[in-house]
Design a protein around this ligand. Structure first.
Ligand code: NIG
Ligand code: FE
Length: 406
């Protein structure tokens, strides 16, 4: 008698996302799992026996669609306070760059984050992660970057890890010490990068860092400073990613590709040379339509070139208090379709399999035997609806590693 599966859902359709294109649709499907991994993803009619004889727990889904669990591969969801007042300033005409240069922006969240102890930071951040989970996210990337000193960065990364443990979602942490120059280093960006490069090995040694990011921009760091951070990451064998070419073309995409980076994120101003470098390096383009939407940007990422050159496009929330106070990855998919003209299928691939690649993860993002049993059962009659509805609650259940989370 073979070992029973832990769980089996029957009677829903599957969007497996197998293959390079299409939904990988299986109508009247069945999904079984054991020990946190998928063991069967196919037609109910092809099950190797009666459901009750195959699994400990059988759920009759009664319709709907099952997709891979969503992967939010770019968030800054751990932070103190909020920036609603800045939102109002921008509505009255101030630009993001002007606000940043006058001491607001990222640095104002740094003040609020430094003022919060670990418990308070956890309590403020947990509901944001819970909201992302409630709309289908089973993997979250969370960046540091609002502490900008050793203790503050450590506190953020510890809170990120705790969020994963307390919600059951898989959290991948990214060290973003090079997010902005903190006030105590004003005018001394080089010295600040020295400090960032010293903190990184310590935080990595504490098991807090899965990847390294930087903000390469006129109001961020220069390519040479970014390189220094990437060299420090390389010395530790850590993968890199980059906030690249968001507000201007600083050659960021090509730079991160040169380091074999996992992803170049934002990429509105990325040049043809940058796209070609990403294609060669296998660097994923992470599209962040929430920031584009909130900042009222008009310059579109080079979508046609990404498609032509086979650069995978991921979609993420960029959940942060300044440019993208966005608490639903499905909503980011919707914005990617309306602003960037992604197809709903591209948006779903972007929020699953391509997003997993942007985190260096190959064990999720597709419904396939052997991969993690991360999946969402949606109350929809076609998977294109996921990128179609604005808001609403379409989730019937969310499983990560075979455990039901909501
Ligand atoms: O991805 N651009 C840099 N980082 C964030 C914004 C952070 C903030 O304004 O607090 C982004 O858009
Ligand atoms: Fe960001």
């Amino acid at each position: 008698m073979p070992e029973l599966w832990d769980g089996l859902v029957v009677g829903a359709s599957l969007a497996t996302l197998e293959g390079d294109a299409g939904w990988g649709a299986i109508e009247d499907g069945a999904l079984g799992w054991r020990d946190g991994r998928i063991v069967f993803a196919g037609r109910r009619a092809d099950l190797p026996g009666e459901p009750e004889r195959l699994a400990d727990a059988v759920v009759e889904a009664g319709g709907g669609w099952i997709t891979p669990g969503l992967v939010d591969c770019h968030t800054h969801l751990v932070f103190g306070g909020h920036r609603a007042a800045e939102f109002e300033q921008r509505l009255q005409g101030a630009s993001y760059e002007e606000i940043a240069r006058s001491g607001g922006g990222i640095v104002s969240t740094v003040r609020a984050t430094r003022a919060a102890d670990e418990e308070s930071l956890f309590a403020q951040s947990l509901p944001r992660a819970r909201a992302l989970l409630a709309d289908g996210a089973t993997t979250l990337e969370i960046k540091s970057g609002y502490g900008l000193d050793l203790d503050g960065e450590r506190r953020m990364l510890r809170v990120a890890r705790r969020i994963g443990q307390s919600l059951g979602v898989d959290v991948r942490t990214t060290f973003l010490g090079a997010h902005a120059v903190p006030p105590e280093f004003a005018g001394r960006a080089e010295a600040y990068i020295d400090a960032v490069c010293q903190w990184l090995p310590r935080l990595h040694g504490e098991g807090l860092v899965d990847a390294v990011d930087a903000f390469a921009e006129r109001i961020g760091f220069t390519p040479a400073q970014t390189r220094r951070v990437f060299e420090a990451a390389r010395a530790l064998g850590l993968p890199v990613k980059l906030h690249a070419d968001q507000l201007s073309d600083g050659g960021g995409a090509a730079l991160v590709a040169e380091y074999g980076g996992l992803s170049a994120d934002h990429v509105e101003y990325t040049s043809s040379a940058g796209v070609a470098a990403m294609a060669r390096a296998g660097t994923v383009a992470v599209l962040l339509p929430g920031a584009f939407h909130v900042l009222g940007e008009t310059r579109l990422p080079p979508l046609a070139e990404f498609r032509a050159q086979g650069v995978p496009m991921a979609v993420a929330t960029d959940c942060n208090p300044g440019t993208s106070p966005l608490l639903s990855l499905r909503q980011a998919m919707q914005l990617a379709c309306t602003h960037f003209r992604l197809t709903p299928e591209e948006a779903l691939r972007g929020a699953t399999v391509h997003a997993a690649r942007a985190l260096g993860l190959h064990d999720r993002g597709i419904l396939r035997p052997g991969l993690r049993a991360d999946f969402v059962h949606w109350d929809v009659s076609h998977p294109a609806e996921l990128a179609y509805w604005l808001g609403g609650n379409l989730v019937r259940s969310v499983h990560a590693g075979g455990q039901r989370l909501c």
